[in-house]
Structure formats: structure tokens, C-alpha cells
Design a binder for this molecule. Structure first.
Ligand code: DGP
Length: 463
């Protein structure tokens, strides 16, 4: 997800948290005013629950702010779990309030007291309930949209407050109509039990989040994405585990690949899994892929790879003889006699950048025109790590022709523009192009790396 979208999401959460805190304080004032007017213990129970709303909203603000902090060396998985603490804390406060409400309700059930100013009291309570309803629905909506369990829990809590206020309004109306004062205490006791159940539910949700309880919904959506984008070499995916911490999703899995893949081919497959999952769940997602060689000796896919490798590493004399035997094969011979699997891998990796350029795969694109596209590297090696890519698919520097000269020159102009935009023009940056195996080129669509934002050390790794 682009940084600006992420920042907008965090700002929206913090603004909504602040609104919740202010509104909860105003509504609390309204309810205590109603209690002072009527002396109803049911109203008192409602007001007591509202004190919790204020404390909880303050805690939500704190946790939303903390969870927005990026991962650091002491919290490598980010700070998202603070939101579960907030939900748990809120649950504990609700249980305390339930006990207080039950006590007040029991007292007025056993010794009913007269309730003055009922009409005004009921009107004030209706206003408070309407304000709470609007606030609760808003918090749930923003909580879902910005994947914040703390905001969502706060919204749900506020909705329980609306139900309690509605119950209290009905009970006051019944008291007014029938004159039976004990109803006020009985309703307060019932509300106490209802609120207790809500508190227990919140605590159990927070417990599941903190203990990384399995999340079948999340696992199902990960499986669906991987099924949809399954690549030819993926024999099996197992030991899939995933947990959420705030809006950070952490995923680890074992990917079974054909036994004969090279290390860089296996790496490319793992990178593809990572890219697909980050596209779906956001760039802050942590993906750990453990690659396993296929254990089945009779596996068709593995045998196909083995056949390719053995056939294509035959002595070159044999290869020439084989090619002569079949003219049609000659046209299919890979360039420079490269092993066919290697060529196929290069073709697959090349298309990744074309898909990004065409908008078929998401990336954080920072520049695009009719010749060049630049986007942030999925695996940044420096605070600024941008790939500047010609829109035309040129596999390596070796394939550059005279007609590409204008585009290649333009890539440097784009580098200059981006260096200024990223604020590294003065501090310095490095432009780097890898070509083929010794340079570890992974994606065979010519690209220029732009690194900056920190001292970059010596140019080459020492031998
Ligand atoms: P090289 O080794 O020079 O071929 O670098 C390839 C770079 O491409 C590597 O740093 C990771 C990056 N990369 C690979 N796949 C993707 C992708 O799908 N999205 C983005 N943004 N970068 C990718």
C-alpha cells in the first residue's frame, strides 16, 4: 500500500479516536444530569457504563497511536497488538461497571424510591442514545475500513450503551405509566447481567488476539489468493499459519517445489508468493516462506524438470547432433544454448515488471510516462530503493540496441527527478544495473536500482 494511503488511514483512525473521546465525555455529562434530575438507579447504571466509555476511548486513542508506529529493532513485528490490550482493558472495565450497576439495581429493587422529573429525564436519555448510536456506527465503520480492532471494539461497546439506554427509557416509561417503582431496580439488575456478558465477550476476543489463536477466516482468504495465483512450480503449500496484530498480517508457510530447481529459481518462487500476499494484505504484511523439495520420487513435475536439466546439460556435440536430427527443434533452441528451464524462468520473471507497468500487479509506482515506469522495490535495501524500468521489455543490458538509446538516457533523467523528489539529491545515491548471473540479476526486464537515504558503503562486496 502506498505510504500516503497508509498515513491517511492512520490519520483517520486517530481523528475518529479523538472524536469518540470528546463525544463520550459529552454524553456522560448528559446522563449524569439525567440521574441528578430523576434519581433513577437504572439511569445511574447507564451513566456508570458511560464513564467506562470515556476511559476506554482515551485508551483507544493511545493504542491507535502506538499501533501506528512502524516496526523497530525492539518490536520487529510492529506494535499492532497493543490494540488487543485496549480491547481487553475495555472488557475488564465493562465487567467492573456491570458489578456496580447490579449493586445499585439491587438496592432500589429492595427499597424503591420515588423518581421525579421523569419526562425531562427520558428526553435527555433519548438525545444521549441517539448521539451514541451515531458514534458507535461511525466507529465500527472506520474500525473495519482501517482494520483497527480497538476502534471496532469501542464502537461495539458504545452500541451496547445504546441498547442499555433504550432499555432504561422503556423502563422509565413503564414506571411512569404504572407507578411501580421496583421496575427501575429490576431493569438495572437485568442490564448489569447483559453488560457483564458484553465484557466477557470482549475479553475473550482480546485473549484470542494476544494468544495468536487460529483465525479460520484469515487462513481461508490466504488459501483462496494462493489458489487463484498458483504457479506451475508450486507442488504443495502446507503448514500455513497466519495471525493478525492490528493491521499487520504475519504469514508463514512451507512451499513444496520440484527437487531440481536451482536456489535462485526457488527464491523467485518464494518471492512470487510474498508479492502476491503483500498485494492482497498490504505491504506491511510479513511473509516467511520455507521452501521444501518435493519428497515424491515419482512426481511428474519433478521428473519433467530433471529431464529438462539432463537433456540440456548433455555434451554440446550431442546437442548439435540432436538439433540436426530435427529441423523444427532448431527454431525452438534457446538463445546461447541456455538451459531451457533457465530461459523459461527468465521469461516468467520478465513478465512481473510488465504486469506492474500495465497495472495488472500492484506496486508503489512513484513515476510513470510513456517510456519509463519507476516503483519502490518490494524488498528495499535502503530507505530509498526505487526500480526505474523501461516500459519496453528489454531482458538485460546485453540486449540494448541503438533504438533504445533515448529510453536508456531518459532513465537517468527520471533518476534525477526522483532523487530530488525523495530528498537524496544532495546527500547522495547510487544507481545500479545488474546483468546476468554473476551480478545476481533476478528479474530479466532491464531495470536500474536507485538506492539512497543512508551511507551506502563500498561499491562492491570484498572477495
Ligand atoms: P535484480 O536482482 O537487479 O534483478 O533485482 C530485482 C529486484 O526486483 C529485487 O530487488 C526485488 C524486486 N522485485 C521483484 N519482484 C518484484 C515485484 O513484484 N514488485 C516489486 N516492487 N519489486 C520486485
Amino acid at each position: 500500500m502506498p505510504l500516503s494511503a497508509e498515513n491517511a488511514r492512520i490519520r483517520l483512525r486517530i481523528r475518529t479516536g479523538a472524536l469518540s473521546l470528546t463525544a463520550a465525555a459529552g454524553i456522560l455529562g448528559l446522563k449524569f444530569l439525567t440521574y441528578r434530575l430523576t434519581g433513577s438507579s437504572a439511569v445511574l447504571s447507564d451513566a456508570l457504563e458511560s464513564i467506562i466509555n470515556v476511559v476506554a476511548a482515551a485508551f483507544v486513542m493511545l493504542s491507535v497511536w502506538l499501533s501506528a508506529k512502524p516496526p523497530d529493532s525492539s518490536h520487529p513485528y510492529g506494535h499492532g497488538k497493543i490494540e488487543y490490550f485496549s480491547a481487553g482493558f475495555e472488557g475488564a472495565l465493562i465487567i467492573l461497571a456491570a458489578a456496580g450497576i447490579f449493586r445499585a439495581g439491587l438496592a432500589s429493587l429492595l427499597r424503591p424510591r420515588p423518581l421525579p422529573h421523569l419526562d425531562t429525564g427520558m428526553l435527555l436519555l433519548v438525545a444521549a442514545a441517539a448521539a451514541n448510536l451515531a458514534l458507535g456506527l461511525l466507529l465500527i465503520r472506520v474500525g473495519r475500513r482501517t482494520a483497527s480492532p480497538a476502534l471496532e471494539a469501542d464502537g461495539r461497546h458504545i452500541l451496547t450503551d445504546v441498547y442499555t439506554s433504550a432499555g432504561v427509557i422503556v423502563s422509565l416509561a413503564v414506571v411512569r405509566l404504572t407507578g411501580k417503582l421496583w421496575i427501575d431496580g429490576a431493569v438495572a439488575c437485568l442490564l448489569g447481567v447483559y453488560i457483564l456478558a458484553a465484557g466477557i465477550r470482549l475479553i475473550s476476543q482480546a485473549y484470542c488476539g494476544l494468544m495468536d489463536a487460529s483465525n479460520p477466516e484469515l487462513l481461508a482468504s490466504i488459501s483462496a489468493v494462493l489458489r487463484e495465483h498458483r504457479r506451475e512450480n508450486w507442488i504443495d503449500i502446507h503448514q500455513l499459519r497466519a495471525w493478525r496484530a492490528g493491521d499487520n498480517v504475519n504469514i508463514d508457510l512451507h512451499l513444496v517445489l520440484p527437487r531440481d530447481l536451482t536456489l535462485s529459481q526457488a527464491h523467485a518462487e518464494a518471492l512470487a508468493v510474498e508479492t502476491i500476499l503483500k498485494e492482497k494484505f498490504g505491504q506491511q504484511t510479513t511473509v516467511l516462506v520455507h521452501t521444501d523439495p518435493c519428497p515424491d520420487p515419482s512426481c511428474t513435475l519433478c521428473n519433467l524438470h530433471k529431464w529438462n536439466r539432463e537433456t540440456l546439460t548433455m555434451a554440446s556435440e550431442d546437442k548439435k547432433r540432436l538439433a540436426k536430427q530435427c529441423n523444427s527443434c532448431q527454431s525452438k533452441q534457446p538463445r546461447n544454448n541456455e538451459p531451457e528451464t533457465e530461459t523459461r524462468r527468465k521469461q516468467e520473471m520478465a513478465t512481473i515488471f510488465t504486469k506492474i507497468i500495465n497495472g495488472e500487479i500492484k506496486a508503489d509506482i512513484v513515476y510513470q510516462d510513456d517510456q519509463v515506469t519507476a516503483f519502490r522495490d518490494i524488498n528495499p535495501q535502503a530507505p530509498v530503493h526505487i526500480l526505474i524500468v523501461p516500459n519496453k521489455e528489454i531482458p538485460t543490458v546485453n540486449d540494448v540496441t541503438e533504438e533504445d538509446e533515448q529510453t536508456i538516457g531518459h532513465m537517468f533523467t527520471v533518476a534525477r527527478i526522483l532523487a530530488e523528489k525523495e530528498g537524496v539529491a544532495e546527500s547522495g545515491y547510487r544507481l545500479l544495473v545488474n546483468c546476468n548471473r554473476d551480478a545476481n540479476q533476478e528479474v530479466f526486464h532491464l531495470h536500474m536500482h536507485m538506492f539512497g537515504g543512508r551511507p551506502l558503503g563500498p561499491m562492491l562486496m570484498r572477495q
